[in-house]
Unconditional design. Sequence first.
Length: 335
Amino acid sequence: MYRKEKSIQLKSSSAALYNNLSVLRPPGRQLACFSAVHGPSLSLVSAAPDGLGFCHRQLQAKEGGMAVSPSVLTQAAWCVLPSRILLVLTSQKGIQMYESDGSIMVYWHALDVTEHPPAQAVFARGIAAAGGRFICVGTSSGLVLVFDIPAKGTNITVSEVLEQHRNAITDIAAELGQAPDGAGDLVTADDAGTLCVWSTGEEFTLLSKIPAFGCTCSSVKLWNGIVAAGYGNGQIRLYEAASGLLRAEVNAHARWIYALDLAPQTGKLLSGAEDSFVHVWKLSRNPDTDDVEIEHCHAECVTDTQVCGARFCDPEGNSFAVTGYDLSEIFRYGR
């Protein structure tokens, strides 16, 4: 059973964007860092060094040069690699990467506007660390850019471009548990609802492509070879990563799902949606039949709130945080 804890104030409210909450728990520290996007700015909140309060920081969308007007941020996420942690921001103009505290920008990648039809919106969205040394970022044209990240420094390069999607990328997720042999360790999702499962490496390999069924996939996670996908019709669908086979579907929410998260150590799945509800589920595999099973564990109504971000704050899933459209605070819940 989860109970509401003291909320965290933000300097600005949260925009109604998919997965609009990122949480980082630095090694050896109890309290996490949080971030949420609104317009051209990102609100960063971290525990104060004395542990008695919170430090606030605002990051603005940058264009890599002189711009007439600031662009709108579409997402932010901490990417944890074995050698370093980077804070990645996506916007209408490009992709920016910072040191984890937001103090120093280490890389800027401008989107190629000429690749898009004149009437089409241009933006980047969908961020995930993958394969130990890569950061993958999606674009509105359906491309997934693979950045090769050095252990230190700014010599970041685009090592590959994945071209399987025909619609704007909505979310990207890397394997959080122990992937079975041949199951892949990266999944990408798009506006049409198509999912692609990849094996990362010097060259990324497409393992399975899960076709769309007429509904946007807004958020996706990958755990122990299971793809968990949240959709605009309120459904959560579970697929086998290796084969793309549908193993379970749940009518989880009454409205559009905006966020999913997974606790890697326990297989708990968190879902948040426009219907003001946050649910906690438990994923598992039956040891006898290898069937994928899902169990409902907890429901929390965030009254009068269009939930747009939901994240676990620890790898066991014992606490989670929630953002809502036009709310200037982060709600926290713990056991």
